[in-house]
Design a protein around this ligand. Structure first.
Ligand SMILES: NC(=O)c1ccc[n+]([C@@H]2O[C@H](COP(=O)([O-])OP(=O)(O)OC[C@H]3O[C@@H](n4cnc5c(N)ncnc54)[C@H](O)[C@@H]3O)[C@@H](O)[C@H]2O)c1
Length: 270
């Protein structure tokens, strides 16, 4: 890959959740590499079996380590191995992980399976705390490092078909605030969430009625929906030294959706 700029020169990191070309984590990896950053890619055994992540690893001269982000032993091993591979402590971590068995199996919000609900929370939110806590305990972060997770506006407003993922995103954003305080004091590391527009990925398309969701947001956003490439650009900036004092924030990356009451396009459509 050709390097387009040096924004992330000498930065080392870990990227969770690149599944295929459409993934937010996948495009973020390509952008980070183009900006001069190096990283280890990680995903679950199931995702690795699909095999696509190996193509990304080749493009990025990167290695892939299998990790279930809900398993703290596997996380501890990941951090150990990543530091060996990258030759030192870590500057950035991207949490691009989400999954709800209730959404996947289309259980109505009034008839949730609570074992699955706990799984949703564990995979989509608690895993972020596990990553942060393991990183702190093993002292893997360099000072002024940056840790980011991807969120969605259903944490603040109700989108009925988003189901228990809304609770997971609310928890995810809360963890970023709480751990952001701790990591800032402890190591000057910043922790944020980036709240992205609907984006046609495997996780995105798994939400019932996603196409309509996407079109509505497109009409409701003065700039239109933020694309996967736009998201990758923002992530690169958040991992750079240009954002050293941004922490404990939920950063809206949605073309203005979250501040808009109504638009001409919606009025015309009614
Ligand atoms: N696509 C959207 O519309 C949208 C909008 C806002 C936020 N997000 C968030 O962006 C993030 C990335 O999702 P995406 O849209 O790129 O979809 P995606 O399906 O490409 O990525 C989700 C990833 O989570 C991984 N994952 C699932 N369980 C895991 C576990 N136990 N351990 C480690 N990894 C696990 C999957 O293997 C997959 O790589 C998610 O947090 C999602 O909620 C997506």
């Amino acid at each position: 890959m050709t390097t387009t700029n040096q924004l992330l020169k000498n930065k080392k990191g870990i990227i969770f959740g690149a599944l295929d070309e459409r993934s937010l984590g996948w495009q973020a990896a390509l952008k980070i590499k183009a900006c001069g950053g190096n990283f280890v890619l990680t995903n679950t055994a199931v995702a690795l079996r699909l095999g696509e992540i190996q193509h990304l690893a080749e493009k990025c001269q990167s290695q892939v380590i299998q990790t279930d982000a809900t398993n703290t032993e596997e996380l501890a091993n990941l951090f150990e191995e990543a530091q060996n591979i990258l030759g030192g402590k870590i500057d950035f971590i991207l949490h691009s992980i989400g999954m709800s068995p209730n959404v996947r199996k289309q259980r109505p919000y009034g008839d949730l399976n609570y074992d699955w609900f706990l799984k949703t929370l564990d995979i989509s939110a608690l895993s972020f705390h596990k990553i942060l806590q393991t990183a702190e305990k093993q002292d893997v972060m360099n000072e002024w490092g940056s840790i980011l997770a991807l969120s969605y506006i259903a944490a603040q407003r109700t989108f009925p078909d988003y189901s228990d993922m809304a609770e997971a995103k609310a928890m995810l954003e809360s963890i970023a605030r709480s751990y952001g305080y701790r990591f800032a004091k402890h190591k000057k590391v910043r922790v944020n969430t980036l709240s992205q527009s609907p984006t046609p990925t495997t996780a995105g398309n798994g939400v019932p009625g996603f196409d309509k969701f996407y079109t509505y947001a497109q009409k409701m956003s003065p700039l239109g929906n933020a694309s996967v490439e736009d998201c990758a650009n923002y992530i690169a900036v958040m991992f750079s030294d240009l954002t050293r004092m941004v922490t404990m924030q939920n950063l809206m990356h949605d073309g203005g959706f979250s501040s808009t009451g109504i638009t001409d396009e919606i009025l015309e459509a009614l």
